[in-house]
Write a protein that binds this ligand. Structure first.
Ligand code: NOJ
Ligand code: CA
Length: 693
């Protein structure tokens, strides 16, 4: 699918810039005679060098090679956000692409297009930016380019190294790319771990940050929020960030035993280094920057009806709580009978999918010797799949590799062919354990996860990858990347001290920015602790419901046991809330504190409001509603709800509202509210009370 180039806004007039340009050329290291003079339509040049400016004129990313040092800086409406920061690639031969360079040419182009994702937070996404390409030559003769883009909601840059004599392939030890954020903003970060994104989030000043996985999100004293991440992560190692000399450096995940973190061909553009920039926390969530930095859909040429977001139940929490086992035996969880019971529950409650972990042979031992085609003796795969289909429920395959990637790759074709024959459109993958010879996020594994996505697409399969590398906006290119873990999800409440109320309010502003997240919400029996280990879920029931709106995912689990939903008033909301959205608006947001999100699906709107460790009252105008009368079906923490002392107290109300009303969410600590807004019927108008603020 190609998108037309449609310049919508003129590049800044070059004539006015001639004096600055001349000055710049003078201050640059004497460029080789081949240095091209700026062509007509060349990029504007500010004091720092050629620059790209966002279509709305607020964000500018300027590149400089002053004195041979390649740097960039970012400013927003005249405020410097990123001070001149190094650019470059450290190669394994000890040289750095980016040292001792001169600009040989630069050019801009403007791009403006709107694309329609197969599914997403918004049915339409505008992709509008100014792009600047800066061509560079090193003193040693090697050439490369830095491509930068300025969008209204962020900036990004990437390297493009052409094939040239002596540089047919790139052996990159690490990057020299830095992010020298000005001031000392608050940072939300997770300790660097090349094999896991399941560590708790931390909040410190930038100056006290440790090495971190990406993304990292920042709040400046002036309220501007930034998030550092990467996009279009292909045939490369994942990026982490390391504090170095008062700045942050893009630090690549190494391949054990190899000097190069990345070995790749020259003649390609490397992943984007992206900076989402927003005037407030809400703007971070509304941004589509990371998706826009990925190429258009590669799998949308034909029928895409199989790529559909769904809610699902699973034979899962019962194992997380050790009340059944993945492996066969007297307590085996995935039996035909249990699967049918779960399917009946799903079908009765508008839940479209069933996951049955432990359906297959090979769970004994360290999980590394799995068969992805052979079911256990007590699980009749064909019977379960057809029982599900007859009831309109999708069967979600589970492939736990136990970190034996070789074994998985060997079976991939056969397994996916079988699933396609069965009509199965969803697979949850998993990589628990140490991967021999590899880090979970090294180049080989990045390529592996992509291979699985591509193979899955060929078989009409959507993938929910656990223990996977962080998302990086790839759902634009591969919308079958329907969800992903790369998060310390709710399962940690079952087998550890759990997730703090604050953790769950940091996720939407960090991990959540990069793509769909399989957090597995919907626990109604908050205090269920069958092993009596003092473990529990650290929210109210109201907040569990809010997650369906505040957290973005193409797969949303109703994670609890069917029997725990029997008397749960919250089940009504889980039944009604859709998995597919047309529009998203963030109504109130503060990282780590609170979030109110509104999403439209067809004619209906849904809101989710949630808070961290403090009880609070959040009010939000309903101006997003269209004209007319609406029914607000609200599931709110009861007045005495509190995640610690009274987590299941939920008030369910039905009232008439209009777009002129303001709604209130009175939330207990770690509490929440979830509301469905549907057009009122004539009967509603005569029977329901009017909302009183
Ligand atoms: C870890 C996954 O995150 C979890 O959801 C799954 O149940 C287990 N691995 C077993 O595969
Ligand atoms: Ca996990």
């Amino acid at each position: 699918m190609s998108e037309p180039l449609r310049p919508r806004f003129p590049a800044r007039p070059v004539t006015a810039l001639v004096p600055v340009l001349a000055l710049l050329l003078l201050t640059l290291w004497a460029a080789p005679s081949s240095a091209a003079p700026p062509a007509p339509g060349a990029a504007p040049v500010d004091a720092a060098g050629p620059a790209a400016t966002s279509p709305d004129g607020t964000l500018t990313l300027a590149v400089s090679a002053s004195g041979g040092r390649l740097t960039y800086s970012v400013s927003r409406a005249g405020t410097l956000l990123v001070a001149p920061s190094d650019l470059g690639l450290r190669l394994t031969d000890g040289t750095v692409l980016g040292h001792d360079v001169a600009v040989t040419g630069h050019r801009t182009r403007a791009y403006d297009s709107t694309w329609q994702p197969v599914w997403g937070a918004d049915a339409e996404v505008r992709d509008r930016y100014e792009e600047l390409t800066v061509d560079l030559r090193q003193r040693d003769g090697r050439t490369f380019s830095v491509i930068v883009r300025a969008y209204d909601d962020g900036v990004a840059l990437r390297y493009d190294v052409p094939e040239q004599p002596g540089l047919r392939s790139l052996r990159i030890a690490d990057e020299a790319t830095e992010f020298d954020l000005t001031g000392d903003p608050v940072a939300w970060w997770t300790p660097r771990d090349d094999n896991s994104d399941e560590n708790p989030w931390r909040s410190t000043p930038l100056s006290a940050m440790g090495k971190s996985n990406a993304p990292v999100t920042f709040r400046r004293p002036d309220g501007i929020h930034l998030s550092v991440h990467e996009a279009d992560l292909v045939d490369y190692a994942a990026m982490t960030v390391t504090p170095e000399d008062g700045s942050l450096r893009a630090d690549l995940v190494p391949t054990p035993g190899r000097d190069a973190a990345v070995v790749t061909r020259a003649g390609r553009a490397l992943p984007w280094r992206a900076l989402t920039v927003a005037p407030d926390a809400a703007g971070l969530i509304e941004s589509h920057l990371l998706e826009n930095l990925n190429p258009p859909c590669r799998i949308c040429g034909g029928d895409t009806s199989w790529i559909e977001p769904v809610k699902y139940v699973g034979i899962w929490w019962v194992m997380q709580q050790d009340q059944a086992t993945w492996e066969t035996g007297p307590r085996h969880g995935a039996t035909t009978a249990r699967a049918k019971r779960y399917i009946d529950f799903a079908a009765a409650n508008g839940i479209e999918g069933l996951l049955a972990e432990g359906w297959n042979q090979g769970w004994e031992g360290d999980w590394g010797d799995q068969s992805f085609t052979r079911p256990t003796a007590d699980f009749d795969l064909r019977e379960v799949v057809s029982y599900a289909r007859e009831r309109g429920v999708e069967f979600i395959m589970h492939n736990e590799t136990g970190a034996n990637v070789e074994n998985y790759e060997a079976q991939l074709d056969e397994a996916f062919t079988l699933y396609e024959d069965l009509g199965v459109n969803y697979v949850k993958t998993g990589y628990v354990g140490d991967i021999p010879g590899h880090n979970h996020y090294d180049q080989f594994m990045i390529n592996h996860y992509r291979r699985v996505l591509e193979a899955a697409a060929e078989h009409r399969i959507n993938v929910n990858c656990h223990e996977c590398v962080h998302a990086s906006g790839e759902m634009r290119t591969y919308p079958n990347a329907i969800s992903r873990e790369a998060v310390r999800g709710q399962e940690w409440d079952a087998f550890s001290e759990g997730n703090t109320p604050e953790h769950t309010l940091i996720l939407p502003f960090t991990r959540g920015l990069s793509g769909p997240m399989d957090y597995t919400p919907g626990i109604m029996d908050i205090l269920w602790d069958p092993q009596q280990l003092g473990r529990r879920v650290h929210t109210t029931v109201g907040k569990q419901l809010a997650y369906y709106v505040t957290y973005f995912s193409g797969l949303h689990m109703a994670a609890d046991l069917p029997e725990h939903y029997r008397d749960a008033p919250g089940l009504g909301f889980i039944r009604d809330v859709p998995a597919r959205w047309d529009r998203t608006e963030v109504l109130a947001a503060e990282v780590g504190d609170h979030l109110v999100t509104a999403r439209r699906s067809g004619r209906e709107w849904f809101t989710g409001a949630m808070t961290g460790e403090h009880a609070r009252t959040l009010s939000y105008p309903l101006s997003f509603l269209g004209a007319g009368e609406w029914v607000a079906e609200a599931y709110t923490d009861a007045p005495d709800a509190d995640y610690d002392t009274n987590p299941t107290a939920l008030a369910v109300t039905r009232t008439l509202v209009t777009a002129a009303d303001t709604f209130t969410a009175d939330l207990g600590r770690s509490g929440g509210q979830a509301v469905r807004f549907r057009p009122a019927t004539r009967a509603d108008l005569t029977t329901l009370p009017r909302h009183t603020p």
